[in-house]
Design a protein around this ligand. Sequence first.
Ligand SMILES: [Zn+2]
Length: 287
Amino acid sequence: MLNLTQCPSWGASVGVCAAGSAAATAGAMAWGLVSPRSSFWGPVRFRGPADGPPRVALTFDDGPHPQSTARILEVLGELGVRATFFVIGRNARRWPDLLRRIDEGGHVVGNHTFDHHWFGTRRHTRYWDGQFSATDELVHSIIGRRPAIFRPPMGFKVWHMMNAAGRAGHSVVTWTRRAMDGIHTDPRRIVRRLVPRARAGDILALHDGVEPGSAGDRSPTVAAVRPLVEGLRLRGLEPVRLDELLAIPAYAPEDRRGEEPRIAKAFAASQRRRFAFEKGFAADARG
Ligand SMILES: [Zn+2]
């Protein structure tokens, strides 16, 4: 990155140098926002170890959804594959039975914000603390555990979000390759995008759901799951859960057995965060 220490001398060129430095910094910040691989705003994991066992992680975003999640769970169950589902809080609240089925199938539930708001990157600390705690507490009320892995909507990251993730004890995980199944596509195209170039350690991103209030057809994704898994296995790659691939906890430590005092402490903290979140909503509604 260009900075003042690289400028040739103080004098007529200093203004140009300063402008260049500011532009470079702005560019790095923008890249940090949109790139799923950038750790500019805080630590982000986008792949597992390439030199480890030949494994990849299948991840599904934006669910749960009655049109597709149950069908994907059925196929994964038949194939003996466990995956990771980054759920939107509003969708989980609407379809709690599907969330239970994800958990009962041995899959991981991750946090994908409560609202999946496109302009959430413009919001600040109180908003992001609320997005984490509202989703974590909702998931806890349904499956008895709080997620510890977070995926930013669209992979966009900002400072307030990353700091809130740290306070909430979440690992931030994006992806290595994505299916591009959030737009019009077909199963063959999804498989072709993911299988031929997949490498050990890859995190593959697909969609089992749609944003609250939006329409979307996830039939191509549902139909792609079986050939995708079979294609990966033919290449010697076994799909596993994200916590297994990255060796990170899937759920909050206070939700493990035998740690009751920490549960009480965490619950008190979460209540404080929830109160702040609701106050934020009230303020938003007013103005
Ligand atoms: Zn999403």
